[in-house]
Ligand binder design. Structure first.
Ligand SMILES: Cc1cc2nc3c(=O)[nH]c(=O)nc-3n(C[C@H](O)[C@H](O)[C@H](O)COP(=O)(O)O)c2cc1C
Length: 189
């Protein structure tokens, strides 16, 4: 099993990074090979809707997302982690998600080149918001969950936590355990 962690926060070592590390620790303890991608350290442009991928199955933009597409294809499970920025995901995470466009054809079906490698892939999400109401992150959950349902991926679930200051989430034992368990679930057959 390969579990890929994708960090959407630019605050490396911050709350969503801590929870993602917990999830990856859970996956590793279950025997998975784990890898983490820090999106803010990558060069990822927004989707241009040029439709070139519809034919070729390959994105026309020559940036770091091409390598990340490969890592997505290789992974059995992808765990995303993003803080809430203005009731939404971070711009880094949104640019990454929009570039998933390359996996689809003109009819928004999984591109035939990728169908067998994408179908049933497990997708999970971690969110952190400063608001004590963790439902503040519901729009991000909706975005990832609906993307999964729409494209035949397997929605694994979300951990939604609240913390503001950098690193504060480490004191939240429940969120830490939930993230660890999410990683274990992601690494299970
Ligand atoms: C630009 C920006 C926008 C934010 N918008 C929200 C928001 O709409 N709701 C909220 O509850 N917290 C908001 N926050 C707070 C972060 O979600 C919170 O501090 C979180 O713990 C950051 O996670 P990180 O340490 O993983 O970066 C915002 C923070 C920033 C920097």
């Amino acid at each position: 099993m390969k579990v890929l962690g994708v960090l959407g926060s630019p605050r490396v070592g911050g709350n969503s990074d801590i929870l993602l590390e917990q999830a990856l620790a859970g996956a590793k303890d279950k025997g998975a090979a784990v890898e983490k991608i820090i999106l803010c350290k990558k060069n990822i442009s927004g989707c241009l809707d040029c439709a070139q991928c519809n034919e070729a199955g390959v994105c026309a933009i020559q940036d770091d997302m091409l390598g990340i597409h490969e890592k997505i294809l290789e992974a059995d499970c992808i765990i995303h982690s993003s803080p809430v920025y203005f009731w939404s995901m971070t711009s880094q995470m949104k640019a990454y998600l929009d570039r998933w466009c390359a996996f689809f054809d003109a009819e928004w079906q999984l591109h035939k080149t990728y169908q067998s490698r994408m179908q049933g892939k497990k997708i999970a999400l971690i969110t952190v918001c400063a608001d004590p109401k963790v439902s503040t992150a519901d729009p991000i959950v909706h975005s990832f969950k609906t993307t999964c349902e729409f494209s035949g991926l397997q929605w694994l679930g979300a951990v939604q936590a609240s913390a503001g200051l950098k690193g504060e989430i480490a004191k939240n034992e429940i969120a830490m355990k939930e993230a660890y368990d999410l990683g274990k679930k992601g690494a299970s057959l």
